[in-house]
Design a protein around this ligand. Structure first.
Ligand code: NAD
Ligand code: UDP
Length: 279
């Protein structure tokens, strides 16, 4: 669905990017691409890890505090020589040497991000600041998984990336919506001020294997109700729509954004809005 507002040229930074490790350019040492995935034990993160690990030139480091993610999602990689799993909370500084950072760490479903809203804000703001500080120190390119929720309760349909949104700064969802908005601001300020190479994806509703069955969202609710042989709960049937994207398509989009030339922000989702009785 992506129509990009701002090409990287519109955000040209006053400084050149910091240099990556000199080994990257050595004629004698063929280093792998070292990739950090924060939140890599979660739903989208673990599929991203699977895809990145398919490339034998990639080494993948996952940093996750297991709040909503699980080692189980990564069990096939544990012990693999190109894979490393670190129990780490991104609100604390992290010292690793990497070439790329996919920064996903953050609970995505309202049930979980409202559970400890102050922690959700810290994860979005301090966590993103730390990952940007890391990117700055090592000269890594960093991609943030932002969200369609930055558009809030939109007054414009559909929302393209030029829309600034309609967000309640004091509501119960603000820890997530406003947290992600500040995270985006930090990304662009580090880009302009320090020359960091950034990528910002605004993710729409994603579904697929390893979704948390109790996350309270529409696809998992329907599946859970079907498995439990319960009637499907329907609010205002036929009046609401959602854009759904299968997780493998989401992962392809994230990798293409990371490896491409545009900073974003870019919407990644399904361009069709599936009309259905969603809550
Ligand atoms: P998820 O909850 O399955 O994964 C998030 C991961 O981050 C989990 O493994 C969790 O343990 C980890 N985490 C949370 N707080 C952390 C912290 N402070 N330090 C370290 N790790 C932490 O969610 P997901 O659906 O895989 O979402 C991944 C990213 O995509 C999130 O940034 C989310 O905001 C974004 N996103 C997802 C959707 C969607 O439909 N799933 C939609 C929009 C945006
Ligand atoms: N940081 C980190 N890992 C690093 C470098 C920095 O986690 O390898 C954190 C650091 O602790 C700081 C944040 O990133 O809190 C921002 O770093 P930056 O260098 O931009 O800011 P400063 O430390 O100068 O305030």
């Amino acid at each position: 669905m992506a129509r990009e507002v701002a090409k990287s040229e519109n955000h040209t930074s006053p400084k050149p990017s910091p240099s990556p490790s000199p080994l990257r350019f050595s004629k004698f040492f063929q280093s792998n691409m070292r990739i950090l995935v924060t939140g890599g034990a979660g739903f989208i993160g673990s599929h991203l890890v699977d895809k990145l690990m398919e490339n034998e030139k990639n080494e993948v480091i996952v940093a996750d505090n297991y709040f909503t993610g699980s080692k189980d999602n990564l069990k096939k990689w544990i012990g693999h020589p190109r894979f490393e799993l670190i129990r780490h909370d991104v609100t604390e500084p992290l010292l690793v040497e990497v070439d790329q950072i996919y920064h996903l760490a953050c609970p995505a479903s309202p049930i979980f991000y409202k559970y400890n809203p102050v922690k959700t804000i810290k994860t979005n703001v301090i966590g993103t600041l730390n990952m940007l500080g890391l990117a700055k120190r090592v000269g890594a390119r960093i991609l943030l998984t932002s969200t369609s929720e930055v558009y809030g309760d939109p007054l414009v349909h559909p929302q393209d990336e030029s829309y600034w949104g309609n967000v309640n700064p004091i509501g119960v969802r603000s820890c997530y919506d406003e947290g992600k908005r500040v995270a985006e601001t930090l990304m662009f300020d580090y880009h302009r001020q320090h020359g960091i190479e950034i990528r910002v994806a605004r993710i729409f509703n994603t579904y697929g294997p390893r979704m948390n069955i109790d996350d309270g969202r529409v696809v998992s609710n329907f599946i859970a109700q079907a498995i439990r042989d319960e009637p499907l709960t329907v609010q205002a049937p036929g009046t609401q729509t959602r854009s759904f994207c299968y997780v493998s398509d989401m992962v392809d989009g994230l990798i293409r954004l990371m490896d491409g030339d545009h900073t974003g922000p870019i919407n990644i989702g399904n361009p069709g809005h599936d009309a259905a009785p969603f809550q």
